[in-house]
Design a protein around this ligand. Structure first.
Ligand SMILES: CCCCCCCCCCCCCCCC(=O)SCCNC(=O)CCNC(=O)[C@H](O)C(C)(C)COP(=O)(O)OP(=O)(O)OC[C@H]1O[C@@H](n2cnc3c(N)ncnc32)[C@H](O)[C@@H]1OP(=O)(O)O
Length: 166
């Protein structure tokens, strides 16, 4: 677990600016996801600016973790099915079609969160990932991402990085 290249490190450079998972977004979360057996896992400790009320994490941050771990897991699972060498080749690119989040308990600050994904379905261009977010032994959120391999027509915007969509 957590050995080798993170899924997000396999994103091509022109789509590595996502706020949640882009390794080239210095102000972002830079989430890193890995295989753990048949599941996927990412860990992240929220920063003070991710506060909802003092002591608790903003729900949008929790949703971002589920979103980007979901698309990363989809990239890894879809690439594996397509025969891409995950360790060295660029991964297939997926975007979020649907993001569902259930908040089960307040998420404490100052704790490393663990995001776990289970690949429920790989079908054509679609990958469905079921996820949990845990703080210690407590599952604080559940989520589901439907990710779709981006159409060939969807390309990053031209111009300076800060003006591009992603
Ligand atoms: C944003 C620009 C980026 C440009 C480069 C990106 C590069 C990526 C790199 C990684 C980056 C990470 C990113 C982080 C996560 C974001 O934040 S991504 C940003 C937020 N997401 C978006 O902006 C996506 C906007 N939506 C779209 O562009 C289009 O709706 C989509 C998602 C590409 C799907 O459109 P489509 O290709 O026409 O899909 P379509 O063929 O109709 O459906 C394919 C399958 O998906 C299912 N599906 C489609 N939509 C839905 C839905 N909403 N609910 C449930 N199922 C659905 C269909 O039912 C179908 O399933 P099956 O019938 O085969 O079982």
């Amino acid at each position: 677990m957590s050995d080798g290249r993170a899924f997000q490190d396999g994103y091509p450079e022109d789509v590595a600016h996502c706020y949640g998972c882009g390794r080239l977004n210095e102000a972002g979360i830079q989430l890193k996801s890995y295989w753990d057996g048949d599941e996927t896992v990412a860990r992240y400790t929220p920063r003070p600016e991710h506060t909802a009320i003092p002591g608790y994490v903003y729900g949008g941050l929790v949703a971002s973790l589920i979103d980007c771990h979901g698309t990363g897991s989809a990239a890894a699972a879809g690439s594996r099915v397509a025969g891409v060498d995950e360790a060295s080749e660029p991964l297939l690119r997926y975007v979020t079609a649907s993001l569902q989040v259930d908040y089960l308990a307040p998420t404490p600050m100052g704790v490393e969160l663990e995001v776990r994904g289970v690949i429920e379905q790989v079908k054509g261009r679609k990958v469905v990932v079921e996820e949990t977010v845990s703080a210690g032994d407590a599952v604080v959120a559940r989520g589901r991402v439907v990710a779709v391999q981006m159409p060939q027509t969807m390309t990053p915007a031209e111009g300076p990085v800060e003006t591009r969509l992603r």
